[in-house]
Design a protein around this ligand. Sequence first.
Ligand code: ADP
Length: 399
Amino acid sequence: MLDVDVTATRGSFALRARFRAPTPGITALFGPSGAGKSTLVHALAGLVPAAGRVQLDEATWLDTAAGTDVAAERRRIGYVFQDARLFPHLDVEDNLLYGLRRAPPCDHYARRDEIVALLGLGTLLERRAHQLSGGERQRVALGRALLAQPRLLLLDEPLASIDVARRDEVLPYLESLRDRYSIPMLYVSHQYDEVLRLATHVVLLADGRVLAAGTPAAISVDPALRPLVGVDGVGSVIDTEVIATDPAGTLATLAIGTGRLRVAVADAGVGARVRLQVLARDVILATEPPHALSVRNVLEGTLAELVDEGPDAVLAGIEIEGVRLLARITHAAVTELGLSPGLRVWALVKAASLRGHVYARPAADAADRRGLAAGSPDGHARRPAENEKGRRGDPSLER
Ligand code: ADP
C-alpha cells in the first residue's frame, strides 16, 4: 500500500493530497498541467519540503508527527523522466551498469540479463545516447533505473517527448515490467489513453487536490473525470475476461455480467484478462429488446441515473450486474422514450476499443512467467523491504 497524506507549497501553489493506492501495480497520477502532479511526486520523493505522512508498504518515508523524514537518496526511488537523461559519454551497457552500481548490497530482483531481454536492449548495448531513438532511450532509462533495485519506480511523463505514433516503442515494455515485477510504480501523465493502458489504480489531481482515486473502472464513471477528458473521452472502462474466440482468433467474446460483447482482439486467448473502453457516445439506448439491427452487441440492464450535461446531452448510467455503462443521449430521447431511473433498458454498443491487457494473465501464460521469476511463488520477482531513516538530500534529482 502507498499511503499518502501530504501538504507542500511551491510559490503561491498549495498541495494537499491524500490517497491510498494498492501495491504492487501502476498508480497513475492523472490531471491537467498545473494540477500539482510534479509537486506531489517531488514531495513523495523527498525532493521538496513536505509535511504529513508517506508510507510505502512497511517503509515510513515521512511522518512529521513522529519526526521522520527519510533522505531522498535513501528512499530508494528509481526515476524515469520525460527526457531520458542518459550519460552521453557512456554506451548503453555502461549506462545500465551505472544503475547496477547504485544498487544496495541486497538480493537483486532485477538482473542485468533479464532487464536487457525484457526491454529489448540486446542489439543496442554498444550505442551511445545520440544513436538511439526517443523510445529506445526511454527503455535504457527504465533499465538503468530498475537495475538500481528501487522500491518504487517513478515515471514522470516518460512518453511526453515521444511522438504519439512511436509510443508503442515503450508502452508494451512498460506493460511487461508491470506484469513481471512486483515493484510499485507511480506513473505521471496528462494522457488518459496511457493511463487506461497501464494503470491498475488512478489518482485524479486538480488544483493541488485529489478529486477522486480508484480503479480505472471506477474512475471512468466518476463525474470528476468528465471535465478532464472532454465530452468525447467520457465512457466506461471494464476489466473483464475473454470467454471465447472465433477460429481466426481475431474476434473475442467478453463477459459483461451475464451479457456478452464481441470485439476485435489480436492475440488474446480464452481466459485472458482485458480492459475495454466503451465511450458514452457509442452507446444507444432502447426500452425494448432490439431486433433486426446491424449492431450485434446488446446488453440488458437497469437505467441507474440520468445526468443533465447541458442543452445538448444527458448522460445515462446503465447498471449491468455490477458494471456501469454510460450512454450519451439527447433530452428529446429521454422524453420520447419515457426514460427514468429503474427502467429496464437495452444498451446497443456501436464500438468498443481494447485498452491493453490488464494485470492478471491466463494460467498458461502465468506458468511461463514463473519459469522466469527469481524464486517467488507467484511469478513476480520480489523487491527488498526495509525501513530506513535519515536526512533529506540529493538536490541533484530536482528538475
Ligand atoms: P503539474 O506537474 O501537474 O503540471 P506542477 O506540480 O508542476 O503541476 O505545478 C503546480 C503549480 O505549482 C503550478 O501553478 C506551478 O506554476 C507551481 N510551481 C511549480 N514549481 C514551482 C516553483 N519551483 N516555484 C513556484 N511555483 C511553482
